[in-house]
Design a protein around this ligand. Structure first.
Ligand code: PGA
Length: 247
């Protein structure tokens, strides 16, 4: 399994004419790092059939496989459309849709039951960081939203400080290192060293071509989850290349 992962989260952006941005990534892809784009669900099928060397994922799923849940999509449906990964617990889902750790855990289990990889997001708010509670908050989110039975090929965890998402603000490298070491230790305590070493830990929040190399040099950072800078191949390609160079 490749160790490094460059994942793009397009959020609620993109129509069919955006698919050329994925084909334009083919050059940057094909290095040591895996490359994943999570477009809006409307584009998964078209993106998956066009993509070469770029994996396609989804941004959310329901906890159930099927049923009377108007407007929702299940993990097996997203797999059927061509998704290989599903993001769970993004802070925008937690904030906009009231997703609790228990819901995130159930969604992550649904992703695994469909045979897909979950990219589970955790992160503190600015208020929590300023109150010195960052590690406590992350420990609680990990305890509540990471299911039992983790394996390294089914789980990726993304550390995304809420205050860094879409703001241009990024924690310093010492702060990123502290959190990533802490996450690895929590995984080791709960699942043992071998599993903990296999789970990839991404940093997310205002990653750009200009700061990517510095972030990728931090110990225990296995890649990035990128929002705004993943929308254009001209921005995301250099991030992928920086990750390839660090691999
Ligand atoms: P950003 O978003 O790169 O636009 O800050 C990151 C994310 O929310 O995954």
């Amino acid at each position: 399994m490749p160790r490094k992962l460059a994942a793009g989260n397009w959020k609620m952006n993109g129509t069919r004419d955006s698919l050329t941005e994925i084909s334009a990534l083919f050059d940057a892809a094909g290095g040591a790092a895996e490359v994943l784009i999570c477009p809006p669900a409307t584009l998964i099928q078209a993106a998956a059939s066009a993509a070469q060397g770029v994996m396609i994922g989804a941004q959310d799923c329901h906890t159930e496989d099927k049923g009377a849940h108007t407007g929702d999509l299940s993990a097996p449906m997203l797999k059927d459309a061509g998704a290989s990964h599903i993001i769970t617990g993004h802070s925008e889902r937690r904030a906009d849709h009231g997703e609790t750790d228990a819901v995130v855990r159930a969604k992550t289990e649904a992703v695994w039951a469909a045979g897909l990889v979950a990219i589970l997001c955790i992160g503190e708010t600015l208020e929590e960081r300023e109150a010195g509670k960052t590690l406590d908050v992350l420990a609680e989110q990990m305890a509540g939203s990471v299911p039992d039975g983790v394996t390294g090929d089914q789980l990726v965890i993304a550390y995304e400080p809420v205050w860094a998402i879409g703001t241009g603000k990024v924690p310093n490298t010492d702060q990123i290192a502290e959190v990533h070491e802490f996450m690895r230790k929590k995984l080791t305590d709960r699942f043992g060293q071998a599993v903990a070493d296999d789970v990839r830990l991404l940093y997310g929040g205002s990653v750009k071509a200009s700061n990517a190399a510095e972030i990728f040099a931090v110990a225990d950072v296995d890649g990035a989850l990128v929002g705004g800078a993943s929308l254009k191949a001209a921005d995301f390609g250099p991030i992928v290349k920086a990750l390839n160079a660090s691999a």
